[in-house]
Ligand binder design. Structure first.
Ligand code: UDX
Length: 438
């Protein structure tokens, strides 16, 4: 079994570290943020991710998973080092890789024997060369290493499942020795005949961006089709269903909504678009997907205004769902941020509720009224906007909702409520690409 160090205990590093230890390897997760490591050492998980708690506990108890702030030592003792630090969006849309660069320098300084250095963070194509250059500049004379790119395809909310049962594992490596070591790391998956793709480094880096940008493109496309459905009296659900039945299209990522959010799609689309311009091969399709997504978020705020007769002044709006998608407490780039801001700008008041993301949203809007159930949040509201498709909102009682609201007005940006029931209970409502009563 290998000795693995994962540097960066964010969402990707933690899930990957715990997952790799579950494969039987010894994993040391290193981070310079002491408070984070302290929490992890006490058995607490700093992020909400279904199944991660159990995965971490199980592997800590076998002694295969540990946490440290001693990054230098963690590097020296490892056979394989995963770089899983953040790559936030920098100027011109390009990803900022300064954290990756500083880890590369630390690896160079502590390179005491042959190691495989593997980047998991989503990094611009060409970063591999930069990491190798920095390691070479800082390593002791005669130091040896191989570089590998191993992008992650983890969805928040199902990241543990995605890690343990991936569709594919991409390993970008020019050295056969490094590829064989990486294949050993993922051997349990290999035994289960999960496809392991061996590519060069640039191809592996490209696969990640191309896949994410394509999914974002698919969402923007279906959102535009939904908007057109509204104009011509078509129903987006039936359109999307029939489109998805064509195996070439597939039904996944064809759900219209308030625009994609999260830590990946907005950042990765900007990054690949910026890179494509820089390299002289502009991706107009991605530029369009970004524009459509930004407009979709604004469209939702306009829909809400229209439902309240274009006057938000003094109105109380219940916002149900703050996370950018269900099963996560992440609100980054969530369309609910635009919605809340527009209500406040219009002179309205927000009653916010999310099953787990209230705390995260307080960082953006510390002065909102936050509630601990949808019923409390919707009490005496002039309208309600559903922003995230949490299961508990799918099943909310329209009967109850109608009695507790001031007026029965609802914007369903995730198309989760039954149109028949909304009509039956006399709601004025809007959605994305379906029949509406305004
Ligand atoms: C994404 C990728 O799916 C994952 O492979 C990658 O490694 C990281 O980025 P994530 O951001 O966690 O994962 O969420 P995802 O489930 O892909 O959803 C992203 C956004 O698109 C959410 O805001 C979601 O609501 C929206 N979405 C998704 C739609 O609006 N419609 C869809 O059909 C699917």
């Amino acid at each position: 079994m290998k000795k693995i160090t994962v540097i960066g205990t964010g969402y990707v590093g933690l899930v990957s570290g715990a997952g790799i230890s579950d494969f039987g390897h010894y994993v040391n997760c290193a981070d310079k943020i002491e408070s984070k490591i302290k929490l992890l050492q006490q058995g607490e998980i700093p992020i909400y991710e279904p199944g991660l708690d159990d995965l971490v506990k199980r592997n800590v108890s076998t002694g295969r998973l540990s946490f440290t702030t001693n990054v230098d030592e963690a590097i020296q003792t490892a056979d394989v080092i995963f770089i899983a630090v953040g790559t936030p969006q920098g100027e011109n849309g390009e990803a900022n890789i300064s954290a990756v660069e500083s880890v590369a320098r630390a690896i160079g300084k502590n390179l005491n024997n042959y190691k495989v250095i593997c980047t998991k963070s989503t990094v611009p194509i060409g970063t591999g060369d930069r990491v190798c250059e920095l390691i070479r500049e800082t390593m002791p004379k005669g130091g040896v290493f191989d570089y590998v790119s191993n992008p992650e395809f983890l969805r928040e909310g199902s990241a543990v499942k995605d890690f343990l049962w991936p569709d594919r594992v991409v390993i970008g490596a020019t050295s056969e020795r490094a590829f064989d070591i990486m294949r050993d790391v993922y051997r349990p998956l290999y035994v289960n005949e999960k496809p392991i793709l061996h590519t060069n480094v640039a191809t592996a880096e490209m696969i990640k961006y191309a896949a994410n940008a394509f999914l974002a493109l698919k969402i923007s496309y279906i959102n535009e089709v939904a908007n057109l459905c509204e104009k011509v009296g078509a129903d987006i659900h039936q359109v999307a269903k029939a489109m998805g039945q064509d195996g070439r299209i597939s039904p996944k990522f064809l759900h219209p909504g308030p625009g994609y959010g999260g830590s990946c799609f907005p950042k990765d689309t900007e990054a690949i678009a910026a890179l494509s311009r820089k390299k002289g091969a502009p991706m107009h399709t991605i530029d369009a997907a970004i524009i459509t997504n930004n407009e979709q978020k604004i469209k939702m705020t306009e829909k809400l205004k229209k439902l309240v007769d274009d006057d938000l002044t003094g109105k109380t709006i219940g916002v149900l769902g703050l996370a950018f998608k269900p099963n996560t407490d992440d609100v980054r780039e969530s369309s609910s941020i635009d919605m809340i801001q527009s209500i406040l700008d219009g002179g309205g008041q927000v009653h916010a509720f999310d099953p787990i993301a209230n705390e995260s949203m307080k960082k953006y809007f510390p002065n909102l009224k936050y509630f601990t159930s949808w019923k409390e949040a919707c009490q005496n509201t002039d309208a309600v906007a559903i922003m995230t498709e949490w299961n508990e909102f799918r099943g909310l009682s329209l009967d109850t909702l109608k009695t507790i609201m001031k007026s029965p007005i609802i914007l369903d940006t995730r198309n989760i409520l039954s149109i028949e029931k909304l009509i039956e209970y006399g709601f004025r409502f809007d959605n994305v690409g379906r029949l509406k009563i305004q």
